[in-house]
Design a protein around this ligand. Structure first.
Ligand SMILES: Cc1ncc(COP(=O)(O)O)c(C=O)c1O
Length: 476
């Protein structure tokens, strides 16, 4: 449940005994996993002069050039106040804005940066690949390598198609599920986000909710008429939909752990119940693992929970910071995809050598022993520290984590679904958010987003963050 710390294989680290992994300052260019020692020291100096003047000027220009000044609405600061911060560079677990402020980053480019930003090995591999060109528009060997890695890692995937974003992956997988079953209806859950394609813009979670838009104008009714919705963690609502649409449901798509309504975990019998219902009713089960893939464990949520869907979507991490997405599943279903089969889906830059290279090197690093233990240790310490500090200061707060994904809500909880999440005190979150920014900590600018840690986050980062939270909790 989201109101408790998720049970995990590795025990909690006491927040009073930080493990110093290295005392040696590491230069920004040569830094790898523990690159933040020098940077965290400078945080205290920086925040004394915290100003966002250059950021504000740049953003005022951006607003005239691009809608809302951003190229993705989740970057807006509408729900936390102030203006988005214009960033200059990233390295490891840290980001620097154009005013020179430094932040410990828990957004990780919204998920991809799981081994840390601008990893030296990934950058070097990209430089090598680039010498041979950036896009062939023809098969390249690197596609085989990443495909083999994905197939070996993700239990449900026997064949994979690479695309350029999570949105594209979800669009493709829905068409495939409809083509394979010959049925048109799809069940999605309130507060789950599956990209911005028309059929999914129904009760679509964070980005839409944060802006206060119920749905989006421009989405034709015809595009969503076959989209059925149910509250997350509610098996009886799903059963009722199957009963009232007998023989019509092609698939259920869901985030196996929700990150787009804040962090919400599935109830113990939810995923197995959904698996059972889909089998009973001849529908496919699709796990949207764009966020959870390679994050909750190397095999994603399906490996973590031991539930195998028919189809899976991926994105974010498998592109190592370059634009990528993928969908895959049983061979028999995937062979419907063109040119092997009749279901059409294509992409000019799909499987390009740069994205494949960044993905391959990111997965290689993740596969090294200890990666998920590290994510688990630092994230448990972080979320426990934040919850303890919040409660000590008298706030209603609940939260949880699994591996390198976490979240907390300003409400007593429990939070089982999007309606529960909406009961949280978003105004208080806004005050907390602004306070944390001034302390040099960068969370996603919405109460309805999950947070992410990386292999580059150190115990020092976590201790700094908890100390900042203790201070800010007392002020809000
Ligand atoms: C679960 C999930 N599915 C799909 C998407 C869409 O991915 P993209 O932003 O790459 O189009 C996202 C994006 O955050 C996501 O979290």
């Amino acid at each position: 449940m989201a109101n408790t710390i998720a049970s995990v294989a590795v025990g909690m680290i006491s927040s009073s005994t930080p493990k110093l992994l290295s005392q040696r300052p590491i230069s920004r260019s040569s830094s790898r996993r523990f690159s933040t020692i020098k940077m965290t020291v400078s945080l205290d100096q920086k925040k004394k002069n915290f100003t966002l003047q250059k950021s504000e000027e740049a953003f005022n220009v951006a607003k005239e050039l691009m809608p809302g000044g951003v190229n993705s609405p989740v970057r807006a600061f509408k729900s936390v106040g102030g203006q988005p911060i214009v960033m200059d560079s990233v390295k490891g677990s840290h980001m620097w804005d154009i005013d020179g402020n430094e932040y410990i980053d828990y957004v990780g480019s919204w998920g991809p940066a799981i081994i840390g930003h601008a990893d030296d090995e990934v950058l070097a591999a990209l430089a090598e690949t680039m010498k041979k060109g950036t896009s062939f528009g023809a098969p390249c060997l690197l596609e085989n390598i990443l495909a083999e890695m994905v197939i070996a890692a993700v239990p449900s995937i026997e064949m994979v198609r690479f695309v350029n974003s999570g949105t594209e992956a979800c669009m493709g997988v829905l068409r495939l599920a409809r083509a394979y079953t010959g049925r048109m209806k799809v069940i999605k859950f309130e507060g789950c986000y599956h990209g911005h394609a028309d059929p999914f813009l129904v009760k679509a979670g964070s980005g839409v909710a944060t802006l206060g838009l119920p749905d989006s104008p421009g989405v034709p009714k015809a595009a969503t008429i076959d989209t059925l919705t149910a509250p997350y963690n509610d098996l009886s609502a799903v059963e009722a939909l199957f009963q009232s649409h007998k023989g019509e449901v092609a698939a259920i798509i869901l985030e196996p752990v929700v990150g787009n309504s804040g962090f919400i975990t599935p109830a113990p019998d939810f995923l197995s119940g959904i698996r059972k219902l889909t089998k009973e009713h001849g529908a496919l089960l699709i796990f949207d693992e764009v966020m959870t893939g390679f994050r909750l464990s190397y095999g994603g949520a399906q490996e973590y929970f031991g539930i195998t869907p028919d189809l899976t979507t991926l994105g974010k991490i498998i592109g190592g910071g370059l634009p990528v997405g993928a969908y895959g599943g049983k061979r028999e279903i995937m062979e419907m995809v063109a040119p092997a089969g009749p279901m059409y889906q294509a992409g000019t830059l799909s499987g390009n050598p740069l994205a494949m290279t960044a993905g391959i090197h990111t997965l290689r690093r993740l596969k090294e022993p200890g990666s998920y233990e590290h994510l688990n240790n630092i994230t448990s310490e972080l979320i426990q520290g934040i919850l303890d500090a919040g409660k000590k200061a008298g706030h209603a707060i609940c939260g949880g984590y699994i591996s390198g994904m976490f979240g907390f809500f300003f409400t007593e909880g429990p939070v089982y679904n999007f309606d529960d999440a909406k009961k949280c005190d978003t105004a208080k979150f806004g005050r907390f958010y602004r306070g944390m920014l001034e302390e040099g900590v960068y969370f996603a600018p919405s109460q309805f987003e999950a947070g992410f840690t990386s292999l580059a986050h150190t115990p020092e980062d976590i201790q700094k963050t908890i100390a900042a939270a203790e201070k800010v909790f007392r002020q809000i």
